[in-house]
Design a protein around this ligand. Structure first.
Ligand code: CTP
Length: 411
């Protein structure tokens, strides 16, 4: 993920960042940087062990505030008030949170400044666990995390991947950008889309040929997920209808994901969510055709000797929603074109009864499928001047797309 993510809701917020003793502590420096860049004030509390992994000087330089580790300042004897900190905080973030700190938090073992402050915090608390795969799986950790959840703490689930132990599995602390976005999305409930419902489609659809084969496409789902997250960061309640995508794609608080496989399943999920939606953004690469029949058992090369697969047209989800659309609802689509781009996009805009279309030219280097950047042109049915979005991260493009759709909402 790019570090140039847009955080809209952290300006002026007070964040207490608790850092515990894990390898991922080095990532906390990036997290602090993101918070500070977004205009937040950050107070770092480190456990004594965390200091073995990252120097307090780094953190105090980034935050502009001395790091707190002990109950008393060694130099002045001044008492650090966990109660004051707990009241000062708009959010408390513990990243990385080791198994041991999670256990202490779950059981009220207040033997350091971090846990004491946690127990005094009145603000929402976000916990980003980081530990080895086996520790993560241990029933005690599972139970402690569930206990924290039951207290209303927000758990930022660790990602899967290679761990410091070289084991591969779940336990790696979520990337700083993702943690920052999750907190940003949380505060977004007071953002410009607060009280609005946004429906987003993402990813490809798979159309089954038999139990092991399908017709699909190369869509990664990155753009659709970025749009869902952008809408959530602006305060919307989001329904994300997702085709099969890589499990590493993350969504943030405020996004409810409905997993589907085929175009027809995607249509069903969209038709259900659309009546309650204020904005619908169709970013999925829906397969235009599906096999006329799905074989119940695997097609055998010799026995079945199939040369031709008969295809039938899939429903057009965007066009179906275009017909269902009520006045005041905003419907946006994407047009992925290789030639006669604007003409084709405008034709789709009209044909599907869309209010706006995001034109993605596959001719622009760095834009489109499978890459983390995009460059688009947003064209409106109302005749509003088109918006040209130059090559940026998909997260930034997503914000522009959601902002453009939000402008079309009735006042
Ligand atoms: N779309 C959809 N359902 C389909 C096909 C497309 O909802 N069965 C949506 C896409 O999510 C996108 C827009 O319609 O927002 C345009 O998709 P695109 O594939 O460019 O258009 P098609 O109508 O399939 O036209 P063509 O393949 O001829 O370019």
């Amino acid at each position: 993920m790019s570090t140039s993510i847009a955080l809209n809701n952290l300006h002026g917020r007070h964040i207490v960042l608790g850092i515990t003793g894990g390898i991922a502590a080095y990532k906390s420096a990036v997290l602090v940087r993101l918070f500070v860049k977004a205009g937040a004030e950050v107070q770092v509390i480190m456990t004594p062990n965390a200091r073995e992994f990252i120097g307090p000087v780094t953190m105090s330089t980034l935050t502009g505030k001395p790091v707190i580790t002990e109950f008393f300042s060694a130099n002045t004897g001044e008492w650090h008030s966990h109660v004051d900190l707990g009241l000062w905080a708009d959010a408390m973030v513990i990243a990385p949170a080791t198994a041991s700190t999670i256990a202490k938090m779950a059981n009220g073992v207040a033997d350091n400044m971090l846990v004491t402050s946690y127990l005094s915090a009145r603000a929402p608390v976000f916990v980003a666990p980081a530990m080895d795969f086996d520790m993560m799986q241990h029933p005690s950790t599972v139970r402690n995390i569930e206990t924290l959840r039951s207290y209303g703490n927000h758990i930022i689930e660790p990602a899967e991947g290679e761990l410091a132990s070289h084991l591969v599995g779940k336990g790696r602390m979520e990337e700083p950008e993702a943690i920052a976005l999750a907190i940003d999305a949380f505060f977004g409930v007071s953002g410009p889309l607060a009280g609005h419902h946004v429906l987003v489609t993402a990813g490809p659809t798979y159309e089954r040929i038999d139990p092991v084969r399908f017709i699909g496409n190369f869509s990664s789902g990155l753009m659709g997920y970025a749009i869902a997250n952008a809408a959530a960061s602006m305060g919307a309640k989001v329904t994300l209808v997702s085709g099969p995508v890589d499990r590493s794609l993350r969504t943030y608080p405020g996004v409810e994901t409905v997993q589907v496989e085929s175009a027809r399943e995607m249509l069903d999920a969209c038709a259900k969510a659309f009546p309650e939606s204020d904005i619908a953004i169709m970013a999925a690469a829906v397969a235009d055709y599906r096999p006329s029949e799905c074989h119940e058992s695997k097609i055998k090369r010799e026995k079945d000797g199939i040369d031709v697969i008969e295809l039938v047209k899939n429903p057009d989800i965007a066009a179906t929603l275009g017909q269902m659309k009520r006045p005041g609802q905003v419907l946006a689509g994407f047009a992925l074109e290789t030639d006669h781009e604007r003409e084709n996009a405008k034709d789709k805009l009209a044909r599907k009864n869309l209010d706006m279309i995001v034109l993605n030219s596959l001719r622009t280097p760095g834009a489109g499928f499978g890459v983390t950047t995009n460059a688009v042109e947003i064209i409106f049915a109302s005749g509003n001047p088109a918006i040209s979005v130059p090559l940026k991260s998909k997260e930034e493009v997503a914000l522009e797309v959601v902002r453009a759709a939000a402008i079309l909402l009735p006042l």
